[in-house]
Ligand binder design. Structure first.
Ligand SMILES: NC(=O)c1ccc[n+]([C@@H]2O[C@H](COP(=O)([O-])OP(=O)(O)OC[C@H]3O[C@@H](n4cnc5c(N)ncnc54)[C@H](O)[C@@H]3O)[C@@H](O)[C@H]2O)c1
Length: 281
């Protein structure tokens, strides 16, 4: 029975995952190397609670109880001490994730499940850092976590059925629906999403339509809840570019990132998180 969850990385996804864990009743430890990121994460989690109270979805005393389940850490050893599940949500770079998994092999309990929120990277490669790869699994949440219903569970050929079942159960406790995917680059959602997003950048680059009109076309013509540029601004253009580079490397030419996307990232237009992406905020 898992009582405590450590979430590593307190950024866009980490704070949302921590909120989901707290709401599901878990003792939640949120770790980040940046004090600023931790402080911001706490404010963002508080603000999700505040909006929930305003909308009558939760009471303020429930929010107070939920907040008591959160502890912030800048020291990884204390954050993962005795936990049953670790969910990493650090930036989408394999070397960073591998370094973290090496630390977890030393510091986290040997029976703890080690989950990654990677958008597309290889879980098999990551799990090689663990002496027991059966406990490694993908737990792919969507942004914003408190609104999005799905968790894509990704299993490698080593992930045990017990690990998958435990993660399905935790997903349910967090109020999410789950799907189980056999590991493959980009899983289901990231591969399709990155392809649509890349195509949209090629259309913008070729002057086929404005960003606003491409977004409008997909929203009103295809019933997408958000346009591809609105979505990439939310996801982060740097995160999207890393996913596409990985798909290109593993699945071939069809996934080569559009030069315009590369140009935006080089120019620091990383999306909503920096106030400027395809659109300005
Ligand atoms: N942004 C999205 O929409 C989205 C959706 C699904 C999955 N993901 C995946 O989630 C992961 C995190 O993405 P994000 O958008 O939240 O990134 P982010 O840049 O918003 O946050 C990453 C956080 O990790 C921290 N960090 C960096 N190195 C660290 C380390 N060694 N230990 C602990 N913390 C560290 C940073 O300080 C930062 O606060 C990535 O793998 C990404 O692909 C992102």
């Amino acid at each position: 029975m898992i009582h405590s969850i450590a979430v590593l990385g307190a950024g866009i996804m980490g704070h949302g995952i921590a909120h989901a864990a707290m709401t599901a009743g878990f003792d939640t430890r949120l770790f980040d190397v940046s004090e600023k990121a931790l402080a911001l994460a706490r404010t963002q989690i508080e603000s999700i609670g505040k909006v929930g109270v305003e909308r009558g979805k939760v009471t303020s005393s429930e929010v107070t109880d939920t907040m008591e389940r959160l502890t912030l850490y800048q020291d990884i050893a204390s954050a993962v001490d005795g936990v049953g599940l670790v969910i990493e949500a650090v930036p989408e770079q394999m070397d960073l994730k591998l370094a973290l998994l090496n630390d977890l092999e030393q510091l986290a309990p040997q029976q703890a499940i080690i989950a990654s929120n990677t958008s597309a990277l290889s879980l098999t490669e990551m799990s090689a850092a663990l002496s027991n790869p059966g406990r490694a699994v993908g737990m792919h949440f969507f942004n914003p976590v408190h609104k999005m219903k799905l968790v894509e569970i990704v299993r490698t050929s080593d992930t045990t059925s017990e690990t998958v079942q435990t993660i399905e159960e935790i997903g349910r406790r967090m109020g999410k629906e789950t799907v189980v995917i056999r590991e493959s680059p980009g899983f289901v959602t990231s591969r399709i999403n990155a392809t649509i997003g890349n195509e949209a950048f090629f259309m913008l680059q070729d002057g086929i339509a404005s960003a606003r009109d491409i977004d409008k076309a997909l929203k009103l013509g295809l019933n997408h809840p958000m346009g591809p540029f609105e979505l990439v601004d939310l996801v982060g253009l740097d995160t999207r570019l890393s996913v596409l580079k990985f798909l290109h490397r593993t699945l071939g030419e069809k996934y080569r990132p559009c030069p315009l996307l590369e140009e935006y990232v080089q120019a620091g237009r990383l999306g909503k998180k920096v106030g400027k992406g395809v659109y300005e905020y």
